[in-house]
Ligand binder design. Sequence first.
Ligand SMILES: [Fe+2]
Ligand SMILES: [Fe+2]
Length: 245
Amino acid sequence: MEIMRILLRPVHNWVWLDTARRARKLLGFAETEAEGGRDLVRAAEVTPDPLLRRLFFLHARDEQRHAELFRWRGATLLRTHSGASRSAYRADWLAPGERGLDDLRIEELEGGALLAFLHLSEKSAARDFASYRDVLERDPSTRAVFEEVLRDEAYHMNYTLSQLVRVSPRRHRYLLWRARLSRLWKGYLRLAIAFAGLISGLVLTILYFTLLVPFGYLAKRAARRESTGWQPVSSERNTSLDRQY
Ligand SMILES: [Fe+2]
Ligand SMILES: [Fe+2]
């Protein structure tokens, strides 16, 4: 994983370099953190385990705080940024935020499965946020936000694993593998959708410059044939106006 972090460093450098993109990404992260907080409140409501309920509520409060921190920093960057952005592209598939429960239906998950998903999600968020923190040397305030969020993510990662072992002492490995495979499948779908978008953009660009060229040429030729200025109307069309066309 360390090698991936080193390999992705130039990519993350590029993603976080542009101030406006940085601001938009932080605002996007704020939304997913808030959504994660709401999912955890729901998880706390449906769990029959009193300890898990308490931990999920505390976790939800943390995610809400992360949302506020990201929103505050994103909004500050947008306010102070004066120049035009070099790109409107947010590159979310290159530098994602915390994914939370990734659109899972909390009611359909048993306690152990939910904890396994949460653990993996927190683990990847902690890894990603550490990578972003490392490339933000030139923006200490944003870096400090990641630093603070990262501390909580590491705690979330640890408590979800210890609770998973507590509630499913015999099945925790199996549940972790199942959650891993499900995340892998979702990751593949996300990549496939991004790739399909790229290919369709490429095909439409090629069509624009090939298929539309003859039409453009014909339209220009027709326009050249049209004489400019006011033209006398032919006698059969020059009758009194008693209908619309
Ligand atoms: Fe978070
Ligand atoms: Fe978290």
